[in-house]
Design a binder for this molecule. Sequence first.
Ligand code: ASP
Length: 344
Amino acid sequence: MKHFILSLFSILLLISCAENETKSKPKTNKEAFGIVIHGGAGTILKKNMSDSLETAYKNKLKEAITTGHAILENGGTSVDAITATINVMENSPLFNAGRGAVFANDETNQLDASIMEGHTLNAGAVAGVSNVKNPINLAVSVMNDSPHVMLAGKGAETFAAEQGVEQINPSYFYTERRFNSLQRVKEKEKTSNAKEIAFMDPFIKNNKFGTVGCVALDKNGNLAAGTSTGGMTNKKWDRIGDAPIIGAGTYANNATCAVSSTGWGEYFIRGMVAYDISAMMEYKGSTLQNAASEVIQEKLTKLGGTGGIIAIDKDGNVAMEFNTAGMYRAHMNAQGEIEIAIYK
Ligand code: ASP
């Protein structure tokens, strides 16, 4: 009897230790890592796209997403995966970010970018930089190496020099395609009264943007989001869009999701689009997909805004929602399955 009571006691002790251990272990779902990218949303129609251009976009999206996926697969952080992925798109003239940035009215290129990590809610952003090769790298440096969240213009460039973030002659950002777009918009502006026309390129059927963004969930269960852009063609007066605004263009919170936006920035700022999706999950208990479609298809659309978002939640669920004809986008899950799409 004495033996029986002793054994029973030991078994109970073992069970309670095991329970405590599961409780104190951080909750990670190592199978759920994933990555999503966008390369801008807008009036992207199959009939206006040549086969070779479509292939070029798809190849670049594939190169970008596989770069980030490999980092996640090897146990890298979501911030590292996002930075490397966005660098691939920033270094390509195809997208309105880095090398392919659009021109402002004064014929300069003024680039914006931001990054946010979900487990610390730390964030970094830069606006209106003209000599930084990869603005997303500078945003990461603002997050990690400065006491601030957002730096702009000359000050941001001085910080880049101090931190050794690669700087480049502004002529690097000259591409004929973007320069010609600016000339066409300026021509159109002369004969139009519409306020909006200032941002539109009649040649590429209006409102075709091209910002890049990436959201990721790493093997430690940490979410992050990043966005990089040249803004909008013909922007004036040092206009800053949503891309470097935390909550509008970029948001990440481990409790909910990570979001990167693209589209008509003024509306994304007014709608606080990226944060709104997270808030709907947090306060209303919405799923990621429901929150994303309500914010884009109902709230943003009602406001008059156009564009889209990519998002991933803490369980690896993904949303790619837009109210335009197309959005360059791709998703890769933990199993390595890849999905690349352009049109609706
Ligand atoms: N959202 C960007 C901006 O307004 C433009 C874009 O997404 O293409 O600056």
